[in-house]
Design a protein around this ligand. Structure first.
Ligand code: ADP
Length: 317
């Protein structure tokens, strides 16, 4: 078995809000094998982005450990973390929000090379052109500005910037959600090709299970800050155990039936926000199978078959 490049143990991120303590990520543990992709899915607000950002230390954790190649990076000093940043990168949903629109494509790709003192001068110029070629950006665009490009090409800039520092692990935070479906496939294919060539490990965040299915080896489902199920991709699609996972699967649009109609039929009630959550299953309020037991304590995460974890009292009944 390959080694785990990342191990997350009991990770928590709570936010103080005027209404109470918001449990955005609440005691989440998992690992990712080197060279593999973990898909992280769940509705908006379930804590996916916060989880990715806490792992990369873009946000401070409340509690827990993040072992990268065996070392807890949450204990690293700022200087140690600066060095580590090169190994751990992020690709955002909308690169337009994460880049300076007044910089040209060449300057945007040069920025991480300069900041991380990777190369300069003619060598940097060559590297920029190589990176553009790798991500499928024509060299003639080097002096263009982000607003002159379509969403797919802008996302290619985001990917080139992440690649420039030769990372090992990349958090991909809804990288194709803002793109047209045809462009989504091109970007997903590019990311998969790069993974095959360079052995990247991805944590791929999306609210869309169909997108995650394409690229993931394992899939983790989150609900209100909790991991409710995790399994190898095919197992999760064939044998979903948590009622929430089943609802997400049912909500995947099928031809001739709008996803909205299906969702209304399957997932009832509103998603709440996890502020001062009660000691109960967080899905109980929306679950048609919820019993007294689900409202009198939160279910533990259990391994039902090897590699298939679920937190639901009813999963094996
Ligand atoms: P997702 O990526 O799944 O859409 P997020 O991680 O963005 O979810 O958010 C998880 C929860 O944390 C949400 O309820 C969100 O409102 C809350 N949240 C995120 N960032 C902050 C913040 N800086 N301050 C307070 N609450 C936040």
């Amino acid at each position: 078995m390959a080694d785990n490049i990342l191990e997350v143990k009991g990770l928590k991120k709570y936010f103080n809000t005027p209404h109470g303590l918001l449990h955005a990520v609440d005691d989440v543990s998992f690992s990712i094998e080197e060279g593999k992709t973990l898909g992280v899915v769940g509705e908006s607000g379930c804590g996916k982005s916060t989880l990715g950002r806490v792992i990369l230390r873009l946000l401070k954790s409340t509690e827990g450990e993040v072992l990268f190649e065996g070392e807890d990076i949450l204990k690293y000093s700022k200087a140690e973390m600066r060095a580590m940043r090169k190994s751990m990168q992020i690709i955002f949903q909308d690169p337009y929000e994460s880049i300076n629109p007044r910089m040209s494509i060449g300057e945007l790709i040069a920025e991480p090379l300069i900041v991380n003192k990777i190369c300069k001068g003619a060598e940097m110029d060559k590297k920029i052109r190589e990176l553009m070629d790798t991500v499928g950006l024509a060299e003639r665009l080097i002096n263009s500005y982000p607003h002159e490009l379509d969403g797919g090409r802008r996302q290619r800039i985001g990917i080139a910037r992440a690649l420039s520092v030769s990372p090992k692990f990349i958090v991909c935070d809804e990288p194709v959600s803002a793109l047209d479906v045809s462009i989504q496939a091109q970007i997903l294919n590019l990311m998969q090709d790069l993974q095959k060539e360079r052995g990247f490990t991805y944590m791929f965040i999306s609210h869309n299970l169909s997108v995650v299915k394409h690229i993931s080896d394992d899939i983790m489902v989150m609900y209100l800050g909790k991991m409710v199920e995790k399994a190898p991709k095919n197992e999760l699609f064939k044998n979903p155990l948590h009622p929430y996972t089943r609802a997400l699967l049912e909500a995947i649009p099928i031809p001739k039936l709008s996803s909205r109609d299906r969702q209304r039929e399957i997932l009832q009630g509103e998603i709440k926000s996890p502020i001062n959550p009660k000691d109960e299953c967080r899905f109980a309020g929306r679950c048609k199978y919820a019993s007294e037991q689900c409202r009198s304590g939160a279910p533990e995460l259990r391994e039902i078959t090897p590699g298939h974890f679920v937190s639901c009292f009813c999963a094996d009944k």
